[in-house]
Design a protein around this ligand. Structure first.
Ligand code: 0A1
Ligand code: ZN
Length: 882
């Protein structure tokens, strides 16, 4: 077995044999080498099941061990073994002090895990197993220690020195050096360690907690970004207040810092008291960031802040429990956004992500439960399943318990486990103990992968006024388990009368009143629910609020969908009815392929869309959702065999048909929403921009000079990045591809000094839904502004290209070959990013036969190369499914 194929199993978990009570780090930043002295106060762990006198510490490839000392005495090589990634200290006493001295070279670290250099600044990323690249350590989340960190560095280049916790000392040294000492009183695992040394400016604010403590809030950025911090600071303060009000969670240090760095593998990191953010996920101003980016930043700032309790104060026992902190924290940040902005729109956005990306993962060779049972490389499991499906699972617990018991459950969880490293079972036990509700069967959500289908049928009996719903659940096999046990899930339903009013619900054989909107407990493979006293045939509104992450299969008639699309009070179900009608129209268009461009829409669909477009009383953000076409990616998810070209052509045909049928309404709606007054970021203004830009998108399907000019004028106005970006996006995708060229040149000219906007410029071009993009994408790799070592640039070019399905899946295989090349290039220095690009290549199952072969042969080609663990896991799992 090679190093690459070594599998770690949840069932093998054992508590650590040793406890590191305190960790004192002395980090001396130097040009060639950075030295790290780690002084650890260690003792045997009384809870260890198989106590050993050998202490085994993990270490990365780039560390040069200089010295090992125990209780002040230098150990010679007979006292320890050093084999590549492990340092084993023999014959350790009950309690001792271990000091190691290592040299590292952060400036050469392009994997961006551990201590590395981003531009002119040193920074860290230690989750999941990056700390071992800094020093030899018990690098596991259940090893909690109190850290004190001393950093020294040349003062002129690195005037700012930061680490977790509170500053306790600082001063100047000889030779232009200076130092700072930080102490974090909260015991934490090494993955939450962070330090920064750089030349940064600071934006300050303050928050007073509910108990009256003043907390200093500081954001550190490079000087040229100092004007982009206001939104993050405002978001942070809103999040701090929200967490106090909704979960009773108060911040616990006197200082909360955020640092923006340009080179970062993910969005951001919740290190205790010192969050490190990808610049793109924290810096914003209206000229350079769209409304969607503002919303995303607010969500990420909230997410990282909320981790202070769900993740830091209560952390994970092992990495299989990742969803313990991530699922819960995503759920909390979604609640925050729903409470702060439009709950219905947030729910629609989240369901869209889940159904497009997580359902695809569940059907892929990388399918895994939210608590995986094994992994080769844990970095591959920072997935939509662990995060987004994990959040859905927490949401289902909330729905099953109701608001009050869910809050009692979360209070109990935080009280019971404060300062501990725990499991998802502990989380569920707290919810169950606090509520008295048995969640044993519910726990299958943690151990079984796959997306269940709920097949629902109904029957109305007019003689005895009974309406019955029969629910059959089934879940397809996934690699980790063939046969699935039935899930326990909440199915929220309402029954609507002919006017759309929700009928009172009385369930046969259960407590008297259920209200108008009830949650059915689905626990069996098949179950029937009978509602009594239903005087007329109702229309069922099913899976309200998307109450469970399932596929609903109910044979709605077109008439019922049209009814729900205009009458359902539940925002999600109303939108879902529109989506189903639009998907059905697209599927009909696919069947008509040869005459697709002359495809005629049904009048009923046109009327439905018109009604939404002209209704000025509706929230414009909601109208934008109601009239929006499902994406090509989601359409692909709904098909048994995915023909990307057919989906693209049919979707374009529907776009054109809608524009033709509703031209005047779209134009009117555009004009009424096109606000040329002072820029505003109220919910209404944001909704209006979203709606008008959808109208402009439809109108430009008509290929008329008037609408091209409208888009060009909107670009020229340079009012804000939402409008500029939307206009440019529309023109890039336009049939007449010449239109965009001068604007793209102008855009680059204007924004070339702003890396964030340059990434948007790359992404717009590389992700366009227009055939024949590859040449241009390859040319952009040679552009001055492209840097393969910067993950944001790689995502904007290669990630965007993969999202352009007609190009990635080009029938000649050129898209796959290109992505294969990029994976091989990247894998040499940043395996995490390389593996992210490899996942889409593994999703060949439902593609057309010719494409399946091409994708598999690209995977085989990768498999010949020497791969990182990260890419090896993705490629080998995909090949074993072929
Ligand atoms: N815990 C972070 C996500 C994260 C994970 C890994 C990273 O680098 C390898 C970076 C960030 C979060 O959920 O925000
Ligand atoms: Zn997180």
């Amino acid at each position: 077995m090679t190093q690459n194929s070594q599998v770690t199993y949840l069932k093998d978990y054992q508590v650590p044999d040793f406890i590191i009570e305190t960790t004192d780090l002395d980090i001396r930043v130097g040009d060639e080498y950075t030295s790290v002295v780690a002084r650890l106060k260690v003792r045997r762990n009384p809870a260890s099941s198989e106590p050993s006198s050998e202490l085994i510490l993990q270490g990365g490839k780039g560390i040069k061990l200089q010295d090992v000392m125990m209780d002040g005495l230098i150990l010679d090589e007979s006292n320890y073994d050093l084999n590549g990634s492990e340092l084993a200290i023999h014959q350790c006493p009950e309690a001792f002090e271990l000091t190691t001295e290592c040299l590292i070279q952060p400036q050469l670290n392009a994997s961006l895990e551990g201590l590395y250099k981003s531009g002119g600044m040193y920074c860290t990323q230690c989750e999941a197993e990056g700390f071992r690249n800094i020093t030899y350590y018990l690098d596991r989340p259940d090893a909690l220690s109190v850290f004190t960190t001393r950093i020294s560095a040349p003062k002129a280049s690195y005037p700012i020195l930061l680490a977790n916790g509170n500053p306790v000392d600082q001063g100047d040294l000889e030779n232009g050096e200076h130092y700072a000492v930080w102490h974090d009183p909260f015991p934490k695992p090494a993955y939450l360690f962070a330090m920064v040394a750089g030349d940064l400016v600071r934006q300050d604010d303050q928050f007073t907690t509910q108990s009256g403590r003043k907390v200093d809030l500081q954001i550190f950025v490079e000087a040229h970004n100092s004007h982009k911090c206001d939104h993050a600071l405002a978001s942070l303060k809103r999040s701090m207040l929200w967490d106090e009000q909704n979960y009773g969670r108060e911040y616990d240090l006197d200082l909360f810092m955020i640092v923006a760095v340009d080179d970062f593998n993910m969005g951001a990191m919740e290190n205790k008291g010192l969050n490190i953010f990808n610049s793109d996920c924290v810096l914003a101003d209206p000229a350079t960031s769209s409304d969607a980016m503002f919303e995303r930043i607010e969500g990420i700032v909230a997410h990282e802040y909320f981790h202070n309790w769900s993740g830091n104060r209560v952390t994970c026992r092992d990495w299989f429990q990742l969803s313990l902190k991530e699922g819960f924290t995503v759920y909390r940040d979604a609640q925050y956004t729903a409470d702060t902005y439009s709950a219905a729109v947030k729910r629609i956005d989240d369901v869209t992500v889940l159904r497009t990306h997580q359902f695809a993962e569940d059907a892929s060779p990388m399918a895994h439960p939210i608590r995986p049972a094994s992994y080769i490389e844990i970095n591959n499991f920072y997935s939509v399943t662990v995060y987004e499906k994990g959040a859905e699972v927490v949401g289902m617990i909330h729905t099953l318990l109701g608001d009050d018991l869910f809050r009692k459950g979360s209070d109990l969880y935080f009280d019971r486990h404060d300062g501990q490293a725990v499991t998802t079972d502990d989380f569920v036990a707290a919810m169950s103990d606090a509520s008295g509700i048995n969640l044993d069967q519910f726990k299958y959500w943690y151990s079984q992968a796959g997306t269940p289908t709920l097949a629902v049928t109904d029957h109305y009996n007019a003689i005895n006024n009974e309406y019955s719903l029969t629910v059959v659940q089934s879940t397809p096999a996934t690699a980790e388990c063939e046969v699935k046990l039935p899930f326990h899930l909440p199915l929220r339903v309402a029954l609507l009368d002919t006017k759309g009013k929700e009928l009172p619900l009385q369930l046969q054989g259960s407590e008297p009143v259920l209200g108008n909107n009830c949650v059915l407990n689905i626990t069996q493979a098949q179950q029937t629910f009978i509602f009594e006293g239903i005087a007329e045939q109702p229309t069922p509104s099913l899976l309200r609020g998307f109450s469970a992450p399932v596929k609903l299969d109910y044979a709605y008639t077109e008439e019922q969908l049209l009814f729900l699309a205009s009458k359902d009070q539940d925002g999600f179900c109303r939108w879902e009815a529109c989506q189903r009608l639009l998907i059905e129209a697209t599927e009909r268009a696919m069947g008509f392929m040869s005459q697709a461009s002359h495809y005629q829409l049904k009048d009923s669909l046109v009327t439905m869309l018109r009604t939404s477009l002209v209704d000025e009383t509706l929230d414009p953000a909601m109208v934008a959702k109601l009239v929006q076409l499902p994406s090509e990616a989601y359409l692909a998810e709904t098909q048994t065999i995915v023909d990307v070209d057919l989906i693209h052509t049919a979707r374009e045909a529907i776009r054109l048909a809608i524009a033709t049928a509703l031209e005047s309404e779209l134009l009117y709606c555009y004009q009424r929403c096109h606000d040329t007054g002072v820029f505003s970021q109220t919910g209404k203004a944001i909704g209006q921009r979203a709606l008008k830009n959808i109208c402009l998108y439809y109108l430009n399907a008509l290929d008329q000079a008037l609408y091209q000019t409208m888009a060009q004028d909107q670009y020229a106005l340079q009012a804000n990045m939402t409008d500029v970006g939307a206009a440019l996006h529309i023109l890039i995708g336009h049939k007449n591809s010449e239109l965009a060229a001068p604007l793209l040149a102008d855009f680059y000219q204007r924004w070339q000094g702003d890396a964030q906007v340059v990434c948007q410029w790359f992404a717009m071009q590389c992700g366009a839904s227009r055939p024949g993009l590859l040449g241009q994408v390859k040319a952009l790799l040679d552009h001055n502004a492209f840097d393969i070592r910067n993950p944001n640039k790689v995502r904007s070019v290669v990630g965007s290209f993969i999202r352009s399905a007609i190009n990635f899946h080009a029938v000649d295989g050129s898209g796959y070959a290109f992505v294969g090349d990029m994976i091989l290039k990247l894998d040499g220095f940043n395996p995490m990013i390389a593996a992210g690009l490899a996942k889409p290549l593994g999703r060949f199952k439902r593609k057309t036969k010719d494409r399946q072969q091409l994708m598999v042969s690209q995977l085989q080609r990768l498999n010949q190369a020497e791969l990182s663990k990260d890419v090896f896991e993705v490629v080998s799992k995909a090949l074993s499914a072929s």
